[in-house]
Design a protein around this ligand. Structure first.
Ligand code: PMP
Ligand code: GLN
Length: 381
């Protein structure tokens, strides 16, 4: 049976987690934390159920969460958002991305995105009948190639799908890079869909810059985030999108027929998370940075050089020095042979040649898990 999704198969993350379970391997593949988020959030979710918040929530999301999103954007970035007309609560960032693309992109219109790209981007663009125009980040320094980016824009460009901090590379886009994206978006009258789910997970003093804060960009940017990564509750699937009322209304029109609404009881809990003091956010980033360092040391010690990682849950290592020529094949045998799971970077790419030996590892795991992973990776030497 040929369908619009023929060729997409099942996601690489699910495949790798299955392999981890089958071989009792250390799962450094799929990006989810192995400890739950702050206890007070878990308590609020429980209390929400006990207090009867168990029927459909409002179509655009509970006021408490929309207000918390607006207050968070003001507090961290100085972005003013009307919680009633400019915020939409979604089922994770995944739905926000899909609904935004389905709302804005007509069949045949083009969406510019950087490569590697998160796997749902290609699927969402395909569902809309859009055409993906990818701009490879340059390996190994992950710089944006200005000429390639300029060349990707044209008369059919409808949107740019941006992701910073970036999965799978851990790159945080610089202001100069964002200014170039912004300039091209304005010039070609394109909308920017900015996936910022790792907004709080940046390291070594690197700061995340929302593209909506650049001149002339608030009126053409849909900013997407999610509680999953910031509060270590990836299973709750509470996300949101904010931007100009007209664009958000278009996304809402799609969202109401995809899922209508998301789960109610988690919304007050995530709202509380967004209002936690600054120390929570900086503390969590510092914890992750320490985990990154443990994994980086382990990978380097096992003979796999790593690329710089300024944010997210992920670091990329090069398996070439071990004699690996095909990371896909390597990642398929690692769970059984080494007892560790990683994800080939080519799963995020159209052009697989420059990334053929690269593997993404997740470090959002307990330190003892990372250390066990490290111990097993020694076997590669
Ligand atoms: N965007 C990126 C870049 C991601 O890594 C992920 C993975 N969690 C998502 C979106 C999806 O987020 P959510 O689980 O909130 O749907
Ligand atoms: N975003 C997570 C990752 O990149 C996984 C989410 C998923 O499994 N779809 O690993």
């Amino acid at each position: 049976l040929v369908t619009r999704m023929t060729g997409f198969g099942s996601t690489i993350f699910a495949e790798m987690t299955q392999a981890a379970l089958r071989y009792d391997a250390v799962n450094l593949g799929q990006g989810f934390p192995d400890t739950d988020g702050p206890q007070e959030l878990l308590d609020i979710a429980r209390e929400s159920i006990a207090s009867g918040l168990n029927q459909y929530s409002p179509a655009i999301g509970m006021p408490v969460l929309r207000e918390a999103v607006a207050a968070h954007q003001e507090r961290f970035y100085g972005i003013t958002v009307d919680p009633d007309t400019e915020v939409l609560v979604t089922v994770g960032a995944t739905e926000a991305i899909a609904a935004s693309i389905l709302a804005l992109v007509e069949p045949g219109e083009e969406v510019v995105t950087f490569e590697p790209f998160y796997d749902s981007y290609a699927a969402s663009i395909a569902l809309a009948g859009g055409v993906r125009r990818t701009v490879p980040l340059r390996f190994p320094d992950l710089a944006v190639d200005e000429a390639a980016l300029r060349a990707a824009f044209g008369p059919k460009t409808r949107a740019v799908l941006l992701n910073t901090p970036h999965n799978p590379t851990g790159k945080v886009f610089t202001r100069a890079e964002l200014e170039l994206v912004a300039e091209l978006a304005r010039e070609h009258d394109a909308v920017v869909i900015s996936d910022e789910v790792y907004e709080h997970l940046t390291f070594d003093g690197t700061t995340h810059i929302p593209i909506a804060t650049l001149p002339g960009m608030a009126e053409r940017t849909l900013t997407i985030s999610s509680g999953g990564k910031t509060f270590s509750v990836t299973g709750w699937k509470v996300g949101w999108v904010h931007g100009p009322g007209e664009l958000v209304a278009a996304v809402r029109a799609v969202k109401q027929f995809l899922t209508f609404v998301g789960s109610g009881p988690f919304q007050p809990a995530v709202a509380h998370g967004l209002s936690l003091p600054p120390e929570f956010f900086s503390g969590f980033a510092a914890e992750l940075q320490a985990k990154r360092d443990v994994l980086v040391e382990a990978l380097t010690g096992a003979g796999l050089p790593v690329m710089p990682c300024q944010g997210t849950y992920f670091v990329i290592a090069d398996a070439a020095p071990l004699g690996v020529t095909d990371a896909v094949e390597f990642c398929r045998r690692m769970p059984e042979e080494v007892g560790v799971v990683g994800v080939p970077v080519s799963a995020f790419c159209d052009t697989t040649e420059p990334v053929a030996t690269l593997v993404r590892f997740a470090f959002c795991k307990r330190e003892e898990v990372l250390r066990e992973g490290a111990r097993r990776l020694q076997a590669l030497k």
